[in-house]
Design a protein around this ligand. Structure first.
Ligand code: GLC
Length: 725
């Protein structure tokens, strides 16, 4: 029995508690980030706001010391923290900045393992944090539209779904270390030729189905904090200040609440940058002598006078500063909280680089199971090719990394051999711009191969190791490849070596396909190694001698020849009069090859294993909201453990518009012991079956029959089922 006096006391207490919570002073209640930003903004002068929206050095934006706001510090790049850049673009070569050189983007994506995407991002974020960087300028996710693009190596794939799955985990890995990722280059920066002036023309369906989805996933699923505007134009307007792409699509439709950072020198107009979405201007080349006068940037002093004269509303500037402050708060650059110290060049980071490289390397061909070689029966090994002995990390342009070390293929292969094995290295070709076949080097290499009981030739594209732009041959920023042929006379070398020893293993390094029609039919075993990072040589050796079962899969189609590629067969490249028409539309990569029945050299999603996999019992059932649940069993039917990437493709059997023969809409990598099987269950949302109707300007599901295909590549479909939607 409760006395009346106690009830009265309880009521008084509840009333007081309620009153207190409503009236407690702000400092007692934790203010939201937006409230904190409101408060900071209200204290800032116009000049202080403007100093934050443009560079204060090559890789920082202006500080407001009075309010405790530091410079915002950025660094390249997508697969490792670049050497230190001073205020005048002077880079430091000192060993203290030698970093973990991860496999490049196309190698990371070749793992088809989103968990490794997170691991990759975590390493990059920890190293950026340790180096005091608030923003790391990656991932690069532009579609691999043409094999000639100099920066294909930096990107991920020709397929937007694979890009989306890998980029989301990469971003989360980086941003969990209190460092902002910067997804780039938004968008359609698919060539280096004329990159600063070319205008990309494509229809809306192509934009929505191919070139936008990776960025949309980065924003909506990855929660990316910053995004970099591309150099090129899109439909006639510069991407980095674009009314439709940035204001409408990115910030309004996708709800991007982070900061748009221009590419370095990508801003061309003060008013456009202010009105059409640029939040931070970097790299504009208004150098006044050896030291840039950053206040002379488009978004510098001019902005102050435009606001003061009433031409531009200060609220436009406030939104830009708000976005920067928002990310500064989220990454604890301001506002307190433990940011952690990051870590640098740790064994864990190097182990991660190795793990990613191990899963990245693709076994393209293995006729007669030539591979793996039995190292106990090897007494004399020939290792041929300048790429066998070349370090790649420092090349490529802005994505360069001064690696703490780099294990070359030669070192990786040698590590596998028993003491008494005779190793002969022959360079085979000369790495120099426009170098042709070198008869003496070829003769020396062929002789070594003839005498060897194991012959391995490492060829491909290269990066220069130096920083000078003109030494970066072929896979590099600001330059596209002249063609798909191997440079430096490598075709002649490969033919001579295969003639001398038909069991020579071919290893191709680089960011994408090569024209191998002159020798592919004579090669029994071919590996595609991408640029596998600082540990890359190790898995190459382990795969060749059987210590590692390869599990990588191609993320882009390898055409037989350049003219088979859609950008060259029906599209335009590099365009003319600074306009390039993507006439191939949505028919990019395997979408084109499979729909138009063009035979590739090696298809999208292709990659062999030292074991075999059986696909059984594909079942489709309808799920909620017009989704489809696909189940399939994958069994390891071989004698050794291995990993398989089961790929799910969708086809609309009848539709009112042309649709691709198949589109990747699901995949899962499974690791199986001999005899082991796994039931894979994937849910295909209704989006997997829709196309973008550009008349209605919306995604549309046309009822009818669809095929769902489970395969080991886009051309190795194992099981197919139909479903009515
Ligand atoms: C470059 C690149 C961009 C890089 C930036 C800073 O030109 O296009 O990817 O992050 O400038 O180096």
């Amino acid at each position: 029995m409760i006395r009346k006096s106690s009830v009265r006391l309880i009521i008084v207490y509840v009333l007081l508690a309620t009153l207190f919570s409503c009236t407690s002073s702000p400092e007692k209640k934790s203010l939201s980030i937006e409230q904190k930003i409101d408060s900071v903004l209200s204290q800032m002068t116009l000049e202080e706001k403007v100093t934050m929206i443009h560079a204060s050095s090559s890789f920082t934006t202006g500080a407001v010391p009075r309010l405790g706001i530091p410079e915002w510090t950025m660094s390249d790049g997508p697969h490792g923290v670049r050497k230190e850049h001073g205020r005048g673009w002077v880079g430091s070569e000192s060993p203290e900045y030698f970093a973990t050189y991860l496999p490049v983007g196309v190698s990371l994506a070749s793992t088809w393992n989103p968990e490794l995407g997170y691991t990759f991002g975590k390493v990059l974020g920890e190293e950026a944090r340790y180096r005091g960087k608030d923003v790391i300028l990656g991932p690069g996710i532009n579609i691999l539209r043409t094999p000639l693009n100099g920066r294909n190596f930096e990107y991920l794939s020709e397929d937007p779904y694979l890009i989306s799955k890998m980029v989301v985990e990469y971003i989360k890995g980086v941003q969990d270390q209190h460092v902002a990722a910067c997804v780039k280059h938004y968008l359609a920066n698919n060539q280096e030729t004329d990159r600063n002036t070319v205008s990309v023309e494509m229809n809306e369906r192509t934009l929505r189905e191919i070139y936008l989805p990776g960025f949309a996933a980065a924003v909506k699923e990855g929660g990316v904090y910053t995004l970099m505007g591309a150099y090129n134009k899109f439909r006639g307007q510069y991407c980095t200040h674009h009314e439709y792409l940035i204001n409408k699509v990115l910030k309004e439709e996708l709800g991007f609440d982070g900061a748009v950072i221009s590419d370095w020198g990508a801003v061309h107009s003060t008013l456009e940058a202010l009105k059409f979405g640029t939040d931070v201007e970097m790299g504009t080349d208004l150098s006044q002598g050896e030291v840039k006068n950053y206040d002379k940037f488009f978004m510098g002093d001019t902005v102050i006078s435009l606001v003061k004269s009433g031409v531009i509303k200060e609220s436009l500037i406030n939104d830009k500063v708000r976005r920067i402050l928002r990310i500064m708060y989220r990454t604890k650059v301001i506002g307190g909280g433990d940011r952690g110290t990051g870590s640098f060049n740790t064994p864990e980071h190097q182990a991660a680089a190795l793990k990613i490289a191990e899963e990245a390397i693709v076994l393209l061909k293995n006729e007669g199971s030539l591979l793996p070689l039995n190292k106990s029966s090897v007494k004399n090994v020939a290792i041929i090719g300048a790429n066998a002995n070349r370090k790649q990390g420092g090349g490529g342009g802005s994505s360069q990394v001064n690696a703490k070390y780099e294990i070359t293929p030669l070192q990786g292969i040698e590590k596998m051999l028993f003491e008494n094995v005779q190793v002969t290295y022959a360079e085979g070709y000369e790495v120099a711009r426009d170098a042709k076949a070198n008869a003496n080097k070829i003769k020396e290499a062929a002789e070594a191969a003839r005498k060897a009981d194991a012959s391995i030739l490492v060829c491909g594209w290269i990066h220069g190791y130096t920083d000078s732009w003109n030494d970066n041959a072929y896979d590099a920023e600001s330059v596209d490849k002249p063609n798909m042929f191997l440079p430096f006379g490598q075709d002649e070398l490969i033919n001579a070596v295969l003639k001398a020893n038909p069991n020579t293993i071919i290893v191709i390094m680089g960011g994408g396909p090569v024209d191998m029609t002159k020798w592919e039919s004579k090669a029994k075993a071919i590996l595609f190694a991408g640029y596998p990072g600082m540990e890359g040589g190790t898995p190459i050796g382990k795969i060749i001698f059987g210590e590692l079962n390869p599990s990588g899969k191609l993320t882009m189609t390898f055409p037989k020849r350049l003219e088979d590629s859609p950008a060259h067969a029906i599209g335009e490249y590099p365009g003319k009069d600074n306009v390039v028409y993507y006439n191939e539309g949505i028919m990019v990569g395997y979408r084109y090859f499979d729909t138009k029945k063009v035979q590739p050299q090696f298809p999208f999603g292709h990659g062999l294993s030292y074991t075999t996999f059986l696909y059984e019992n594909l079942q489709l059932t309808k799920g909620d909201n017009q989704s489809v649940v696909a189940t399939v069993t994958v069994r390891n039917t071989g004698s050794r453990a291995g990993a398989e990437v089961m790929q799910l493709y969708v086809k609309d059997i009848e539709s009112s518009v042309e649709r691709p023969d198949k589109e990747l809409k699901g995949f899962q990598k499974v690791f199986l012991q001999p005899g082991e099987s796994k039931d894979i269950i994937l849910t295909l949302s209704v989006d997997a079956f829709r196309f973008f109707d550009e008349k209605k300007m919306e995604w549309v599901l046309e009822p009818g029959k669809f095929q769902v295909m489970a395969g080991s590549s886009s051309r190795d479909i194992r099981l197919t089922k139909e479903i009515d939607l």
